[in-house]
Design a protein around this ligand. Structure first.
Ligand code: NAD
Ligand code: ZN
Length: 380
């Protein structure tokens, strides 16, 4: 490994040249890490719906050509100037939102919205010099949310890397780098259901099912899964979901259906779809007086949340969260330990695996709503 330190690495990356067009495996050049940056070798990555949204760029700003990918596990290859807490060989999970450990947010117990490194989906360059570390024949290829894991090597700010137990299998714990931690934390850290309470989960993809898993761990007695795709219901049974509602099956709004099922509304709801109508329903289906709704789907850039202020005056609470309120560097190593201690099962989220050369199959599966997480093996 030391022979390539400080030099440009040529390796394979899946480049999104245009919105909605299949990714193309290209040979790219990856520059060495600069100040406070780390170059990592990605071993496994997986696909999250957020990658698909920014690849389709229907409701998001188009930034192309770009290397997408943000849910992954890898090993440090080399570190740039000023990096002291990581060294070559360390096992890491890159995270789309970072932790500088110095700003007011990082110092606050409540926030993970780091001033320096919070998610920025429009930025395609590194913070240090506003340049990309990826190129093909000197033409820059843009980064995605500071991670760009659909590449054999990538460069990431040190604040966006969680150093984890080297014994943890990266082909499993890579899903903690985004979706599963996001869903789990949205319930456990933000919605915080009490033992015996009712929880509605909107969207039963991997993120929503991780939210359901959080509700189960918290001791919720009723977990109501809401999805437009009935295929998800069978899968969701493994995650402790006790009842299912398909909004397509009713003439009235789903929030009314849920209110009738629960004598006035659920105690907590967690939205994991990214669709504005589901976000509004998720808020309006919580019980007045104490209900809390937590939104975490990534919405269309022009989406507007519309509800009567009376719904808030009647003592319902609306919250939102990125990455389940976890601070990536401080908190994620212990979420990995939950898997190692068998408190948290990750295998049931992993339904498919493809070699890197077939990465477009992972996109097809997600577009068809098949399975939950598809692991992409970089060495195959
Ligand atoms: P996914 O596509 O696997 O699952 C989404 C599910 O929502 C699907 O089963 C779909 O059928 C369902 N759905 C869509 N519209 C619906 C509606 N109106 N009512 C009910 N169900 C509906 O996606 P995923 O990977 O699980 O991600 C879920 C969401 O979480 C996405 O919006 C993603 O961008 C977002 N996300 C947010 C964060 C964060 O930190 N806030 C992190 C990761 C992912
Ligand atoms: Zn910070």
């Amino acid at each position: 490994m030391s022979t390539i330190t400080g030099q440009v690495i040529r390796c394979k990356a899946a480049v999104a040249w245009e919105a909605g067009k299949p990714l193309v495996i290209e040979e790219v050049e990856v520059a060495p890490p600069q100040k406070m940056e780390v170059r990592i070798k990605i071993l496994f990555t997986s696909l999250c719906h957020t990658d698909v949204y920014f690849w389709e760029a229907k409701g998001q700003n188009p930034v192309f050509p770009r290397i997408l990918g943000h849910e992954a596990g890898g090993v440090v290859e080399s570190v740039g100037e000023g990096v002291t807490d990581l060294k070559p060989g360390d096992h890491v999970l890159p995270v789309f939102t970072g932790e500088c450990k110095e700003c007011a947010h990082c110092k606050s117990e409540e926030s993970n919205m780091c001033d320096l490194l919070r998610i920025n989906t429009d930025r395609g360059v590194m913070i240090h010099d506003q340049k990309s570390r990826f190129s093909i024949n000197e033409k820059p290829i843009f980064h995605f949310v500071g991670t760009s894991t659909f590449s054999e090597y990538t460069v990431v700010h040190v604040g966006c890397l969680a150093k984890i137990n080297p014994l943890a299998p990266l082909d499993k714990v890579c899903v903690l780098s985004c979706g599963i931690s996001t869903g789990l934390g949205a319930t456990l850290n933000v919605a915080k259901p009490k033992t015996g309470s009712s929880v509605a989960v909107f969207g039963l993809g991997a993120v929503g099912l991780a939210a359901a898993e959080g509700a189960r761990i918290a001791g919720a007695s009723r977990i109501i899964g809401v999805d437009l795709n009935a295929n998800r219901f069978e899968l969701a049974k493994k995650f402790g979901v006790t009842e299912f509602v398909n909004p397509k099956g009713y003439k009235k709004p789903v929030q009314e259906v849920i209110a009738e099922m629960t004598n006035g509304g659920v105690d907590r709801s967690v939205e994991c779809t990214g669709h504005i109508d589901a976000m509004i329903s998720a808020f309006e289906c919580v019980h007045d007086g104490w209900g809390v709704a937590d939104l975490m789907g990534v919405p269309h850039k022009d989406a507007v949340f519309k509800t009567s202020p009376l719904n808030l005056l009647n003592e319902r609470t609306l919250k939102g969260t990125f990455f389940g309120n976890y601070k990536p560097r401080s908190d994620i190593p212990s979420v990995v330990e939950k898997y190692m201690n068998k408190e948290l099962e990750l295998e049931k989220f992993i339904t498919h695996e493809v070699p890197f050369s077939e990465i477009n199959k992972a996109f097809d599966l997600m577009l068809k709503g098949e399975g939950l997480r598809c692991i992409i093996r970089m060495d195959a």
